[in-house]
Ligand binder design. Structure first.
Ligand code: FAD
Ligand code: UDP
Length: 412
């Protein structure tokens, strides 16, 4: 069996019980659950020429498996999510390592005891590490904001160093903002770690799908009750019916091919796109990726190098570390962060979290308050900074919610 791709022109909405927009983890997990547990006939509309959302990977011309929408490393503390995905892939036990290129010297990121020795020399680092342990405890994580709030001169010395050499320039490149201007939850993703553990993530479960993400998604969407239409943009095929003609009028129904779709509609794209940006575009950051292939086994010392003090790109990833692929060639990818100002050519990758943008999002969100069969889900539709594992968990929960009335009836 393989994924069932259908041409939108031939689709009859009456053949489906549920409609899903987007085939990333949000859309694909819900699709699988509704089909398998709920015996629902599911139609997925996906605007890209492939499934898998941002996790999509493929072999490049040199035969190297590369990620097309940013490097994706799976990590979670949610054992249920890890085991659930094991139904669709085997995991490798890869742990991601990141080094900061500090004027040509490599330092582990998150900044840790080993980084301190490189930055301050062994002797001074030992004193500073003692101070960190005394203040926060050993094997603890401290955000850069917490560290900067300390008045002790030794702690200020560490905070200043890390702020200037790890966070400031990288954050400016990534967000067009200083670390003070981004939401604290963003820099908190990469705390200072009072440890010798050089891994980027400390989650209990980490790894990469052995045959790649695209294969994982193919396995997930291979189901007799799931059809996928590629190259279909929801807003071009949905007719939206509103309460009245005012700008803030709530959505009453979604029509597909001239008839109201009454089953669940799970929408995982950006909400502003669905409403044709009637309140203006939601702000996002986009990315450009530049690939380079070399006739050498490895180009970098580890999976990712972050350029925290030099270069225009933020980081370089060498996929072979992530995928454990063996080849005499290698492909690396440089990431350039950009303002998102051309929806026709750019992809919205990162929601820019702040109070103003959240209020802007809520205005869109309030348009769907009255539509009981419409479920926004995922990084785009919820305008959040979610990792993959969180999305899988939310998708499983949403499938439970959608199936609850049926399952309730069955039990009764
Ligand atoms: P997506 O994967 O974005 O899927 C949405 C899908 O909907 C896409 O296929 C899109 O084409 C489709 N779509 C959108 N709008 C429409 C429309 N109007 N009509 C039809 N189809 C539409 N997470 C981790 O856990 N580990 C990592 O290492 C990691 N690295 C990342 C690196 C980068 C550069 C980025 C940007 C994100 C990273 N993430 C990582 C986060 C991860 O990408 C998200 O958690 C995940 O993609 C969320 O899945 P999703 O289904 O919500 O969205
Ligand atoms: N960050 C930084 N320097 C680094 C790594 C991260 O300044 O070397 C900051 C930056 O603001 C970044 C945020 O921490 O956007 C979160 O980093 P993460 O690696 O989690 O970003 P992602 O992989 O999601 O792009």
């Amino acid at each position: 069996m393989s994924v069932s791709y259908v041409d939108f022109k031939t689709v009859d909405p009456n053949d489906y019980d549920a409609l899903i927009v987007g085939s990333g983890f949000a859309g694909s997990v819900v699709a699988r659950e509704l089909a398998e547990r709920g015996q629902k006939r599911v139609l997925i509309l996906e605007k890209r020429p492939h499934i898998g959302g941002n996790m999509y990977d493929e072999y490049d011309e040199a035969g190297i498996l590369v990620h097309r929408y940013g490097p994706h490393i799976f990590h979670t503390n949610d054992e249920g999510v890890y085991r659930y995905l094991e139904r669709f892939t085997e995991w490798s036990d890869y742990s991601h390592h990141v080094l900061a290129d500090w004027y040509g010297t490599y330092m582990p990121v998150p900044f840790n005891k080993n980084s301190m020795e490189i930055a301050f020399g062994k002797e001074r680092a030992a004193e500073l590490i003692d101070k960190l342990i005394e203040t926060f405890g050993d094997e603890r994580k401290v955000t850069i904001n917490e560290l900067r709030a300390q008045e002790d001169p030794d702690l200020s010395e560490i905070a200043d160093f890390v702020y200037r050499n790890v966070f400031l320039y990288y954050t400016q490149k990534q967000w067009g903002l200083t670390p003070e201007e981004v939401d604290p939850s963003v820099t908190a993703r990469v705390p200072v770690f009072i440890s010798r553990d050089n891994r980027y993530f400390q989650d209990a479960y980490q790894g990469m799908p052995r045959e790649g993400y695209t294969k994982l998604f193919e396995n997930m969407l291979e189901h007799p009750l799931i059809d996928v239409c590629l190259h279909v943009e929801a807003e071009s095929v949905f007719d939206l019916e509103f309460e009245d003609d005012t700008e803030d009028a709530s959505l009453q129904a979604i029509l597909l091919k001239g008839q109201e779709f009454e089953g669940p509609i799970v929408y995982t794209g950006p909400l502003d796109e669905l409403f044709l940006a009637r309140f203006g575009r939601l702000p996002y950051r986009s990315l450009d990726f530049v690939y380079e292939t070399y006739d050498t086994e490895h180009k970098l010392p580890c999976g990712t190098v972050n350029y925290t003090v030099t270069e225009d790109y933020t980081r370089i990833t060498e996929f072979k570390y992530l995928t454990e692929q063996v080849s005499p060639k290698t492909t690396i990818m440089k990431e350039y962060s950009r303002a998102y100002d051309d929806p026709d050519r750019q992809i919205p990758y990162y929601a820019i979290i702040n109070a103003e943008n959240e209020a802007h999002y809520e205005r869109y969100r309030s348009l769907i308050d009255d539509l009981d069969n419409f479920y926004p889900l995922g990084r785009l539709a919820e305008y959040r900074y979610y990792n993959m594992d969180r999305i899988v968990r939310l998708a499983l929960d949403l499938a439970d919610t959608i199936l609850a009335p049926d399952e309730g009836t069955n039990e009764a």
